[in-house]
Design a protein around this ligand. Structure first.
Ligand SMILES: [Ca+2]
Length: 580
């Protein structure tokens, strides 16, 4: 009955097609909050209907229409956990991530890709297309509370309503009770943890939340034994690979494997669990067009939300020694026990081995393992012939964790300054660049030119941008917060002029951290009370990406302008304790 209700909700979603550039302009004007200041050249050039119509036709030809593929691409959104801007090889040669670097070499590499300052807020923004404050205060920092109400338009319900099979592999953390799990928010299949960071080998949440400690599930049902003993990066990657293989066409281009992703994972579960999953999978079939068996499934694209737990603490890399938690070697306290025999601590370039600090070396090993998992997912796309028809968006949920107290999990290590140095001010949970400026890639082989994109983009853009790629505009149902963000598909596909970009940052408890970005300008304030105009720091991110020189005194008019824009954004937030 639950699934029947879910399907009815999905069908009621209001979807509007077309008018894409007009919509971009509307979004831009809305974001700018009216005529508070002179529109930049980009906006001025496109404010006439004639210009919009002409450009719109060109845009739709390239993006949605005759010169583009008429087949909707598969979509994979990859979010890693606490991977900072410098925790990837293409930004930092001291990090070994060859698969991500190879992906970057074929992608739009977003040099100013923003997240929110922490896990749950970023996931809300990425998944719903709204800033987390639109739903209430509960999602302004990492939270176990429900992140948004049932029925909220999100990537899964949006894409499911448009013919996609929808999958989650990995971390959810947008309401960790079963009643608010991903299986209630549009996923045909979901696998991983309801809660946030888990132990890498036991897949349990933090000990101080006993009601949420057992969290590893498939389709909302706790998996007996939590897949104990298998590294979380491998579990999440293997699930993604199963999904990709499931959607692969066979040589006759008609049939695909009828094997459900749940089947391959049955080895570690009871037969009863597997039977329940098969039943649930059938019940969760989409309402239209995908009920006729394998040949029908072959025509359905898939959406995979691939949310890795790594490289979040507790860091733990055991290799083949799965019964031995990561620990220092008593005979050589600068080395980890068995380190030389664990492949993740070793790479062909010798990059990881050359790091002298064992804690940093452990972190690099975690990144190496994560990169390997993503590489295996990409390989599955290649080998199944689906790479060219798969759009991939990659980012991290926030900046790096720098220190970790340990003891939050069994065998949890205390770590001090364990991240590689990174070039920005602040780290995880900060509104300064170090907390929110993260790696970002947009990849669609043969469609998106490989290049650097230096204009600011944000995960809150994903909903509208994906809508742009598939030619369908997501629209919030009546009574729901309007969708934030902007459609960047033209920016990636056609090298269109970057629009003026406003980004709104807010992080919650215990103190409030506030920021707003308008292109190169950024205002920041830390304090529990709502910021007044006189409270802001001001930075020029082009000249001073490290945010070292406060220009508030020098440019008072800029402060006035950005403060007014901040007030416009803040007025859209729902200032309630709960998100429900
Ligand atoms: Ca995180």
């Amino acid at each position: 009955m639950t699934n029947t209700r879910k399907g009815a909700k999905t069908q009621r979603l209001s979807i509007r097609v077309g008018g894409t550039l007009t919509w971009i302009i509307f979004t831009l004007l809305s974001a700018l909050g009216g005529s508070l200041f002179t529109l930049p050249a980009f906006a001025q050039q496109r404010t006439t209907e004639e210009s919009a119509n002409s450009s719109g036709r060109q845009f739709e030809d390239k993006v949605f229409g005759r010169r583009a593929s008429s087949t909707k691409p598969n979509i994979i959104t990859i979010i890693t956990d606490d991977q900072g801007w410098a925790d990837i090889g293409y930004n930092n040669p001291k990090v070994y991530t060859p698969n991500l670097d190879a992906l970057a070499a074929e992608s739009a590499v977003c040099t100013r890709h923003y997240s929110m300052p922490q896990c749950t807020p970023t996931r809300i923004a990425a998944f719903t297309g709204r800033y987390p404050g639109r739903f209430g205060n509960a999602g302004l920092s990492a939270s176990n509370e429900p992140a948004f109400p049932h029925g909220t338009l999100n990537l899964a319900t949006f894409l499911k309503a448009n013919g996609y099979k929808t999958y989650l592999s990995g971390k959810w953390h947008m309401g960790v009770a079963e009643a608010h799990g991903p299986h209630h928010h549009g996923f045909d299949s979901s696998y991983g943890s309801f809660a946030g960071a888990v132990g890498y080998y036991d897949h349990r949440y933090r000990q101080r939340y006993p009601e949420h400690e057992i969290t590893w599930h498939r389709d909302g049902k706790i998996i007996e034994g939590y897949e104990n003993g298998v590294h979380v990066t491998d579990l999440v990657s293997d699930e993604a690979i199963r999904i990709i293989k499931k959607h692969a066409k066979t040589s006759n281009d008609q049939k695909i494997s009828e094997q459900d992703p749940a089947d391959d994972g049955a080895k570690t579960r009871s037969s009863g669990e597997t039977e329940r999953n098969e039943i649930d999978s059938r019940q969760a079939a989409p309402q239209g067009g995908d009920r006729g068996g394998a040949s029908m499934q072959a025509s359905s694209p898939f959406f995979l939300y691939l949310a890795y737990h790594a490289p979040h603490t507790p860091l733990d890399e055991r290799g083949e020694f799965v019964d031995t938690p990561t620990q220092l070697d008593p005979d050589n306290p600068k080395r980890w026990l068995n380190e030389d025999k664990i492949s993740w601590f070793n790479d062909p370039m010798g990059i990881i081995q050359s790091e002298q600090d064992p804690e940093k070396r452990l972190y690099l090993a975690v990144l190496h393992h994560l990169d390997d998992g993503i590489g295996r997912v990409l390989k599955a796309l290649d080998e199944s012939g689906q790479r060219d028809n798969t759009l991939i968006l990659f980012t991290s949920d926030n900046g790096p964790q720098v220190n970790w107290p340990g003891n939050a999990y069994p065998d949890d290590l205390k770590l001090t300054d364990f991240n590689p140095p990174h070039p920005f001010r602040g780290s995880k949970c900060h509104a300064y660049e170090g907390g929110v400026r993260v790696p970002g890639l947009v990849h669609w082989r043969g469609k998106i030119p490989a290049r650097k994109v230096d204009s600011p983009v944000h995960v809150v853009d994903w909903m509208k941008t994906i809508g742009g790629f598939i030619g369908i505009e997501p629209e919030a149902p009546e009574g729901q917060p309007a969708i934030d963000g902007q459609n960047n598909s033209a920016l990636y596909l056609t090298k269109a002029d970057p629009p003026t970009r406003l980004i709104y940052q807010l992080w919650g408890k215990p103190g409030q951290r506030w920021a707003l970005i308008l292109d190169k300008w950024k205002i920041v304030h830390y304090g529990k009370k709502e910021p007044r105009q006189t409270d802001w720091e001001l930075y020029d991110l082009n000249q001073d990406p490290k945010e070292s020189k406060n220009l508030a005194q020098k440019y008072p008019d800029k402060i006035i302008q950005l403060h007014q824009l901040f007030l416009t954004e803040r007025a859209k937030d729902r200032k309630t304790k709960s998100n429900l």
